[in-house]
Design a protein around this ligand. Structure first.
Ligand code: KE4
Length: 424
């Protein structure tokens, strides 16, 4: 069965035919494809069409698809059993690597998704500080936890409003939403609610409005103002963790949060999330402390084996400079192609994550990201798909480059993109 048949059946049994909304391709105006195989930098759909893949499963596959060392580790773990419900050696070994690699983390708790990681970190921050309010940034996405699925209220630094039906206003009002990179708005929020703010949660490099780096000094500013007011600083490194460097964005920018949320690369393609921080805070997590959080499959041996193999490779091979170089070549190549065609655009890139925005404005927050022409993005996406290049099916997401994207693969991708843009 091909894409159309499989997706037709999917619509019968799954809301929108998917298990996560963005996979329905609603933002790009074409029928979704169904992926059946991945190897290295490539994926194949149910019609047998091959794509060079920059979606990369939304970030986890920094080693590319089906990396032999990861597959071997998963097979070995699987043959010993899928789950025990008690501690297993894999979760201890990977915890040691996380503590060793992520500068601000003394102790870590594994969960099964990035959402669970951020949800647990916010609960811990509230439990640790005894405060109720959370401050987040417009355009940053931290998973679908009620307190974080909140949109900006009217006016700057005001209480949030539910980002979706199903979230009571009483909960949304405990979240203050301000623009990313806006120091004045953060100062305003702290001057109004400072001593009641449990935590500030931020993607240190935003990936969910498209890639938007922090402006010079912004992360340091957040570190200072939270310390001054006794609030905790939470870095949501679900995308950037082990992606931008082995120590993540906090190592790259030299700013230490109080809590770090991890996911994606941490599981190497299997369902893994984690939150961690210094001993004083993490000791409040049950059963050591009173803040409750639990999970049947947390620390699952097969998922841990996948993440462990991935992290071991990254630690030993340290591919980050190469990943940066390759992605620079890709970003510059795409920009050259669009400029030659006279298409207004701007490219934001940090390491091996990048976004092509169809606007001439400098994209520094969600407002400027939204000046992108999403109709042009849709045409761009469909043309690339047609020529065998898969990018995320949304303007407000990040392309990812893996170690499997060799120089030759990047060159081939640019040839396909050039052909696609010619037909735009
Ligand atoms: P998950 O619950 O999807 O594992 O993680 C939530 C999450 C938390 N924090 C950040 C910074 C994230 O980017 C995410 C999830 N990212 C989206 C796309 N950028 C996942 C794709 C999807 O929702 O299908």
């Amino acid at each position: 069965m091909g894409n159309r048949e499989i997706f037709g059946r999917a619509r019968k049994f799954l809301p929108g035919g998917v298990n996560s909304p963005v996979r329905a391709f609603k933002a790009v105006g074409c029928e979704p494809i169904v992926l059946v195989r991945g190897e290295g930098p490539k994926v194949w759909d149910a019609d047998g069409k091959e794509y060079i893949d920059f979606l990369s499963s939304w970030g986890p596959l920094i080693l590319g698809h089906s990396h032999p060392e990861v597959i071997k580790a998963v097979k070995e773990a699987t043959e010993k059993g899928l789950s025990f419900g008690l501690t297993n050696p894999y979760e201890v070994e990977i915890a040691e690597l996380v503590v060793e690699g992520v500068p601000s983390v003394d102790k870590v708790r594994f969960v099964n998704s990035g959402t669970e990681a951020t949800m647990s970190a916010v609960r811990l921050a509230r439990g640790f500080t005894g405060r109720r309010y959370v401050l987040k940034f417009e355009g940053c996405y931290h998973g679908h936890y009620d307190s974080l699925l909140v949109s900006a209220g009217s006016g700057v630094a005001t209480f949030g409003i539910p980002g979706t039906p199903g979230i009571p206003e009483e909960i949304a009002k405990l979240t203050i939403v301000v623009p990313f990179n806006d120091k004045e708005a953060v100062k305003e929020a702290f001057s109004r609610y400072g001593e009641e703010i449990a935590c500030v949660i931020v993607e240190p490099v935003a990936g969910n409005m498209g890639v938007v780096p922090p402006e010079e000094g912004f992360l340091e500013f957040l570190r200072d103002i939270t310390s001054k007011h006794g609030s905790l600083l939470i870095f949501d490194e679900v995308i950037t963790g082990f992606r931008l460097s082995f120590g993540g964005a906090q190592e790259l920018f030299g700013v230490s949060p109080d809590l770090t949320c991890l996911g994606k690369v941490l599981g190497g393609g299997m369902p893994v999330g984690a939150y961690g921080g210094r001993e004083e805070i993490m000791s409040k997590v049950a059963p050591e402390g009173p803040v409750y959080q639990a999970g049947t499959l947390s620390g699952n041996p097969v998922a841990m084996a996948s993440g462990l193999a991935t992290l071991k490779f990254l630690k030993e091979k340290d591919p980050y400079a190469e990943l940066d170089e390759r992605t620079k070549t890709l970003a510059e190549g795409v920009s050259r192609i669009l400029s030659e065609k006279g298409v207004p655009h701007t490219v934001n890139r940090v390491g091996s994550m990048m976004t092509v925005f169809f606007t001439e404005e400098k994209v520094k927050d969600f407002e400027t990201a939204k000046t992108s022409d999403t109709e042009v993005f849709g045409r761009f996406f469909r043309s690339l798909l047609n020529k065998g290049v898969l990018i995320p099916p949304s303007q407000f997401e990040a392309w990812f480059v893996s170690v499997a994207h060799t120089e030759e693969v990047i060159e081939e991708a640019l040839l396909r993109i050039e052909e696609a843009v010619r037909e735009l």
